[in-house]
Design a protein around this ligand. Structure first.
Ligand SMILES: [Zn+2]
Ligand SMILES: [Zn+2]
Length: 430
């Protein structure tokens, strides 16, 4: 029997409104008791002194790319989940733009079985909205849901046809699963960075905010019309935040996420043709960053996801136009939240943890993100004030595409416990 007693940590459990110095006792895979001065004895109990540290639900990333099957040279389920565990995540939901695409049961089963044999955190696959992500014909949404997907998305591409999107929302409602929308009007998004001063300066073709906002507006209208759950991925503009804020006021069933790069970087990061600052949607301006932070602060933005997007060096070490979009995110997300939201007093640590654990779990309908007694012991222990210098060469991800190399950030992950087992102990991957 595995028994762990975590003593004297600041236990933050947003789902239960808990924030206090408490102990947690774990037996096998289950949280048995949360309370003050717990007294369990026995030579077989592993005791962790969490004084001065934060003990929180294991983080839940509702949007990442693990690249398996098909692009294992960038990442695979084993390395991706190791990277996630080092970042404090105990559950990750992976997008279906693999090769083959997750548009049928066989691929869902493949991911689940690979996860069972090689993942060190829980893996929840997301299924495709359309077959092959081609935007022509709906995937078998009901079958995917029964096979275990936690949402559907054509992430990486927009669903161009409003008819297909409407049908997807209606099916998804029947099967009680969220539709996760990558909002982009493709015809307006042919550039390689935000459209504005910097794109002009660099002579790069820009992508306007309208490319994102038109689709956010369309999908909100369709969600309102169908009553289905719509989740908007990677919100990056002030206008999108305003549209979602208004929709929520009207009672539309819409939620959304942003990513750490949209509250910590602007388009200026592209200067010098830095391909590690190339993403989709692109990094925006200071006014957008402020609006994203405002949206997080007033809960217009429900969740923070990484959009962990590993790419090989050759796919980034090339002309800006040709470089692939995205950055790795697991091993920097929590620290970026602490540095740019908590230290700046925009969010309390309790609210940051909520947006990185319980809130995304609730959106996906998964039984995660809390420290309730009787739940699986998925726990992260964080040293909020310990600083570190980000070194991409120390990442557990196979890929190193980060714009944060050399940044000094606060917040380290000391322990990651997944179902009562150590994935990270004293900062070291097990
Ligand atoms: Zn996307
Ligand atoms: Zn993505």
């Amino acid at each position: 029997m595995m028994r762990i007693l975590i003593k004297n940590g600041r236990v933050i459990d947003p789902a239960n409104g808990i924030d206090g110095i408490l102990d947690i006792y774990i037996e096998n895979e289950t949280i048995e008791e949360v309370g003050s001065n717990l007294d369990y004895s026995g030579a077989d109990i592993e005791q962790i002194d969490a004084s001065g540290k934060i003990v929180a639900p294991g983080l839940v990333d509702m949007h990442c790319h693990l690249r398996e099957p098909g692009q294992e040279y960038k990442e695979d389920i084993e390395t991706g989940t190791q990277s996630a565990a080092m970042g404090g995540f105990t559950s990750v939901a992976c997008m279906p733009n693999t090769d083959p695409v997750v548009d049928n049961i066989t691929v869902v089963e493949y991911i689940k079985s690979k996860a069972a044999s090689s993942a060190c955190v829980n893996v929840f696959p997301i299924g495709a909205i359309t077959k092959g992500l081609k935007g022509e014909e709906l995937a078998e949404i009901g079958k995917l849901k029964f096979a275990g997907v936690v949402g559907i998305s054509d992430d990486g591409r927009p669903v161009r046809s409003p008819v297909l999107m409407r049908n997807a929302l209606e099916y998804a409602k029947t099967f009680d699963t969220p539709v996760i929308s990558h909002c982009e009007v493709a015809e307006l998004a042919e550039g390689s960075m935000n459209e504005g001063y910097v794109s002009t300066l660099l002579g790069l073709k820009g992508i306007s905010r309208a490319a994102e906002e038109i689709m956010v507006a369309r999908d909100i209208i369709l969600a309102k019309y169908t009553g289905a759950s719509l989740h908007i991925a990677h919100v990056s503009t002030k206008g999108s935040v305003e549209l979602i804020r208004q929709a929520k006021k009207e009672g539309v069933n819409v939620t959304c996420e942003t990513c750490p790069h949209y509250f910590s970087l602007t388009e200026n990061a592209v200067m010098g043709y830095n391909t590690n600052a190339k993403m989709n949607p692109p990094l925006r301006t200071e006014a957008d960053v402020e609006a994203i932070i405002e949206g997080l602060s007033d809960d217009t933005i429900d969740a923070i996801a990484t959009d962990h997007a590993p790419h090989h060096e050759d796919e980034k070490n090339c002309e800006f136009d040709r470089a692939l979009n995205g950055i790795v995110g697991f091993e920097t997300a929590l620290s970026l939240g602490i540095e740019y939201l908590v230290k700046t007093k925009k969010l309390t640590i309790e609210r940051l943890i909520n947006k990185m654990s319980y809130a995304p779990a609730r959106i996906l309908g998964i039984n995660k993100g809390t420290l309730s007694e009787g739940k699986n012991a998925d726990i992260v222990i964080i040293d909020e004030n310990k600083q570190r210098i980000i070194d991409k060469n120390s990442f557990y991800s196979k890929s190193k595409n980060t714009p944060y190399h050399g940044y000094k950030l606060s917040g380290t992950v000391e322990y990651t416990i997944v179902g009562g087992k150590f994935a990270v102990r004293e900062g070291i991957l097990i």
